[in-house]
Write a protein that binds this ligand. Sequence first.
Ligand SMILES: C[S@@+](CC[C@H](N)C(=O)[O-])C[C@H]1O[C@@H](n2cnc3c(N)ncnc32)[C@H](O)[C@@H]1O
Length: 264
Amino acid sequence: MNYRKTLNINKNAVANSFSKAADHYDQFAQLQRDIGLQLLHPRSDGNVKAILDLGCGTGYFSEKITQIYPHCEMTCLDLSAAMLAQVGKKNLVQVTCLEGDIDHLPFSANRFDMIFSNLVLQWSEDLPLCLQQLKACLAVGGTLYFSTLLSGSLNELTQAWKSVDLQPHTNAFLSLESIKNALQQAGFTKLTITTETRILSYQSVIAVMRALKGIGANHVHGHRAVKISGRNLIKLLEQGYLPFVNGRGELNLTYQVCYVEAQK
Ligand SMILES: C[S@@+](CC[C@H](N)C(=O)[O-])C[C@H]1O[C@@H](n2cnc3c(N)ncnc32)[C@H](O)[C@@H]1O
């Protein structure tokens, strides 16, 4: 199948959302931690000398990776300057921080032995092109590890908003099939792809929205942020969420997660 999906993403708006969250991101990022730790599962390969943490956020995993590979040179790239400032506070040695965009990578060919990217590639406007660039800057035999979100993620919130209006209030995510195709088109080999469903639960719709805002993932492509205020709006949203209230009276929010290991 000839898969191609490009989005027109306002990168400044995405960077602003994440920058606003940067100083409290770590308090809200339990899901991102859990998924990243699963992606990282400690390994140590003596041949790995240069590593890229793509979309490093506050550098939580950059730090963990430098502990696993203490002699490595690490590059941390992120769209948000405020996120990179948090990495800077960690005073990691042999780490270079770089403000940049996953869709326009500034690296020379064969630059890295390993690329790690936790929950970032869902922000790419053109995944096949992004993966091609990642393959180009990976050394032959090098490995790309990434996690991303799949279609079906945030489904409850997407459905609940439909009882308020017909505007999109969540971003769409790619299917597993599209991601597999993009990896194959980019020419990666030895693919290991696993998926997992994680269901979080919250006390209220406000808590659901706060959780997304808390990590800065509240920018909706092509739309202005909607302030959740006004009793009527909240009531409508709560009604729309009723089918997704669990046995404990909490609101479910599903994340469909995809883990990928791929070699050049
Ligand atoms: C959910 S956070 C994950 C951060 C980190 N990888 C972690 O696991 O804690 C997503 C990160 O991707 C960054 N990001 C979003 N779009 C990006 C882009 N186009 N280029 C580079 N970074 C981007 C955000 O600024 C944010 O730091």
